[in-house]
Design a protein around this ligand. Structure first.
Ligand SMILES: Cc1cc2nc3c(=O)[nH]c(=O)nc-3n(C[C@H](O)[C@H](O)[C@H](O)COP(=O)(O)OP(=O)(O)OC[C@H]3O[C@@H](n4cnc5c(N)ncnc54)[C@H](O)[C@@H]3O)c2cc1C
Length: 383
């Protein structure tokens, strides 16, 4: 057993820390959040540093990095902001789906554009009547010659309006068939005629933004179907383990920031003539926060390591996703308590982590869905 990063991984970690310090200093992160505007320059800095290339194989212009390498990057970006990190990880996850399920022509067309930062991707699965019940999507793509006409609505699509962004939309192409056979994955430019984007007022993720998308007779060429007609479910499932393991790194990046903030505040804040950390009530809270953060980190690194080894690790990944997402929300709540009213003030970052953390137990599969999955793996069929 080895708990150390390799020399290359340490260098990678250091380079991301430096990049974020340079391109996303605290005041800028606060301003982007206040203005609800995503920093295109930061995305381009990620692209120039080769971070978008990291998990892709050398044959397609990537750097051949593993899930563990990607988790290191996601952890460090998320330590600054899990909101900002969504633009990075969402785009990379969609690109990896194209790598796995696209044909040669599609890989040759889409991947260079993603890897050099010309495009981004957002993921459009959820709809008003399809949340956990993904199979209930209604957005329909009707075949018209060599193209499809898409009509319907997506909800909660993170980053759908970012500059040069392409929506990875999951639609139905057969109203009668079972959803596993009727779902199709298609790439649709976010400014295609017939698309309307509406920004939603949400508690968190205010920089990248969460959107409702309306499709009205949007024409999509058939060469934009990834995995072919009816191949959407397979495409969606193909990346799920990898995505959840790496997303857990985002949660733990968030808890790292929260623990650091809470400890440094407890050192500086004096009440009744002493540091508040010296009150046992606060000192023990910090001790619990740090311990649980370390436990979450270990679950996450194990999950990422197993994925990097090419192992089927559904159980371990689900442990990591469930535990770290609940921990992110829990520690953010405790962090606010440690800071008192200052924890709720926009002058400090704790409230941002508090707001951004809340979606972690809902997005990308709710905690209840993770528990269902684990109970099913134990042989208890959940209804
Ligand atoms: C900030 C944010 C960003 C998001 N970004 C995206 C995105 O980019 N793209 C995208 O497609 N979607 C996105 N989503 C949507 C997300 O995937 C859904 O919110 C999630 O799948 C849950 O669906 P729902 O919110 O409709 O809740 P529902 O599925 O309606 O669930 C409501 C409650 O019932 C519980 N429940 C439902 N079914 C069961 C069951 N079988 N057993 C036990 N409990 C159950 C749930 O756990 C939950 O507590 C985002 C969500 C958030 C909050």
């Amino acid at each position: 057993m080895d708990f150390f990063f390799s020399e290359e991984q340490e260098m990678l970690r250091e380079s991301v820390i430096k990049l974020m310090a340079r391109h996303a200093p605290p005041d800028a992160v606060r301003k982007w959040e206040r203005d609800r505007s995503f920093p295109e320059d930061l995305y381009q800095a990620w692209a120039e540093a080769g971070l978008l290339r990291l998990p892709f194989p050398v044959e397609v212009g990537g750097l051949g990095g593993s899930a563990l390498d990607l988790a290191i990057v996601v952890y460090e970006i998320s330590r600054i902001s899990t909101d900002l990190c969504m633009a990075f990880s969402g785009s990379v996850f969609c690109g990896l789906n194209i790598l796995r399920k696209g044909n040669d022509a599609q890989r040759n067309y889409w991947l260079p554009r993603l890897l050099d930062g010309r495009i981004k991707f957002s993921i459009g699965i959820s709809e008003p009547d399809a949340g956990s019940d993904v199979g209930n999507i209604r957005t329909f793509a009707e075949r018209k010659g060599d193209a499809y006409l898409v009509n319907g609505q997506k909800l909660w699509t993170t980053g759908a309006a970012l500059k040069n962004s392409v929506i990875c939309a999951y639609v139905k192409t057969d109203k009668a068939a079972h959803y596993r056979k009727a779902m199709t994955h298609m790439l649709i430019d976010n400014d295609a005629p017939g698309i309307e984007l509406r920004k939603l007022d949400m508690l968190g993720r205010r920089t990248i933004g969460t959107y409702e998308i309306f499709f009205r007779d949007v024409e999509v060429a058939s060469d934009r179907l990834i995995g072919g007609e009816g191949g959407g479910w397979d495409c969606l499932m193909s990346g799920l383990q990898y995505e959840r393991a790496v997303s857990a790194a985002g949660n733990v990046g968030g808890t790292q920031a929260i623990v650091d903030l809470a400890i440094s505040y407890a050192r500086e804040r004096i009440q009744f003539g002493q540091q508040i950390g010296a009150f046992q009530a606060i000192g023990h809270m910090l001790a619990d926060m740090e311990t649980e953060h370390e436990a979450g980190k270990l679950l996450m690194w194990r999950a990422a390591w197993l994925v990097a080894q090419g192992r089927d690790a559904l159980r371990e990944i689900t442990h990591a996703k469930l535990y770290t997402s609940e921990l992110y929300a829990k520690l953010a709540n405790m962090g606010v308590q440690v800071m008192g009213a200052y924890g709720l003030s926009e002058e400090f970052d704790m409230q941002r982590y508090f707001r951004d953390s809340r979606s972690s137990t809902i997005a990308a599969g709710t905690s209840q869905a993770q528990r269902n999955l684990l109970a099913n793996l134990m042989g208890f069929k959940q209804r």
